[in-house]
Design a protein around this ligand. Structure first.
Ligand code: F6R
Length: 245
C-alpha cells in the first residue's frame, strides 16, 4: 500500500483528479468505480473543470458507484444517483447510459445482484475511488465481526447514520439500510485510491496506515492485501495519526 501525503486537501483532490485524467488519456474506455459523500466532491469539481478545458474526454468511460441507500428513489436529493448526477455526470460528456448507480427502490436483494453484475461486466474496474467512514467502513461495508465479499444489502451502524445525518433534515430521515459493493468487489479493481481528510478519520486511518494488522472491525484494513492500493491524506491528517512516511 502506498501512502501519499499532500500539503492540503485541495492538493489531495488535484493529485487524484490527475490520476483519473492520466488513466483516461491512456485508456479512453476506462471503467471507474466511484464514491459519494463529502470527500469526493472537490475531486469531481476538478474533473468537471478538466473536462471543460478539454483535458479529459468521458465519452467512452463507464462508471459503477459503490453504493446507494435503500428506500429512496434516484430523484431524491439525498440519493446517490442524484448526488452523482448533480455533482459530476450532468456536467461532463459521459453518456448517462454508461453510468450505474444501484436502484434503491423495489427489490433490494435483486438490486444488489444487479450491482454485482455491473461490477463484473466488462471486467474489473481500472480505478476505484474510495472515501472512508469514521469507523473504517469502505463503501457501506460496516465494521463487524464478518464482512461480505459480494454486493449485498447492509444495515447501517449508528456511527454511519450519525455521520450522514448532516445531509438530511433530521437523523430519523437517514435510511438505515444500503445496497453496497462487497469487499471482494472493491479489491478486484486494478487500482484502489482512498482519499481522507479531517480529524474524525484519525482512528480509521491509524488502523489503515500505521500497522500491518487486518481486521474486519476496520474494513479499510483489507486494502493492505491489495497490490495497487494508494491512500492519499493531507499533512494535517498525517500529523494527527503520527505518520512519518
Ligand atoms: C460513499 C461511501 C462511503 C463514504 C464514507 C465517507 O459512496 O461509500 O463509504 O466514502 O462514508 O464519507 P465522507 O466522504 O462524507 O466522509
Amino acid at each position: 500500500m502506498k501512502v501519499i501525503v499532500t500539503k492540503s486537501y485541495d492538493e489531495t483532490c488535484t493529485v487524484i483528479a490527475e490520476m483519473i485524467r492520466d488513466l483516461i488519456a491512456r485508456k479512453p474506455d476506462a471503467k471507474l468505480g466511484l464514491a459519494t459523500g463529502g470527500t469526493p466532491v472537490p475531486i469531481y469539481q476538478k474533473l468537471i473543470q478538466m473536462n471543460r478545458e478539454g483535458q479529459i474526454d468521458f465519452s467512452q468511460v463507464h462508471t459503477v458507484n459503490l453504493d446507494e441507500y435503500c428506500g429512496i428513489p434516484g430523484t431524491h436529493e439525498q440519493s446517490y444517483r442524484y448526488f452523482m448526477d448533480s455533482n459530476l455526470f450532468d456536467h461532463i460528456n459521459i453518456p448517462k447510459a454508461n453510468t450505474f448507480v444501484a436502484n434503491g427502490m423495489g427489490d433490494f436483494e435483486a438490486n444488489a445482484q444487479e450491482l454485482e453484475q455491473k461490477v463484473r461486466e466488462g471486467g474489473p474496474a481500472d480505478f476505484q475511488l474510495l472515501g472512508i467512514g469514521n469507523n473504517g467502513h469502505i463503501a457501506f461495508n460496516e465494521a463487524s465481526d464478518h464482512l461480505i465479499s459480494v454486493a449485498h444489502v447492509e444495515n447501517l451502524t449508528e456511527s454511519t447514520i450519525n455521520a450522514n445525518a448532516r445531509f438530511f433534515e433530521k437523523k430519523e430521515d437517514v435510511p438505515t439500510r444500503a445496497i453496497t459493493m462487497g469487499m471482494g468487489d472493491i479489491l478486484a479493481a486494478k487500482t484502489v485510491v482512498l482519499a481522507a481528510t479531517g480529524l474524525a478519520k484519525v482512528p480509521a486511518i491509524k488502523g489503515l496506515i500505521m500497522d500491518d494488522v487486518i481486521t474486519t472491525q476496520n474494513p479499510s484494513t483489507l486494502l493492505k492485501l491489495h497490490e495497487n492500493a494508494v491512500v492519499v491524506i493531507d499533512k494535517e491528517l498525517a500529523d494527527a495519526v503520527g505518520y512519518q512516511g
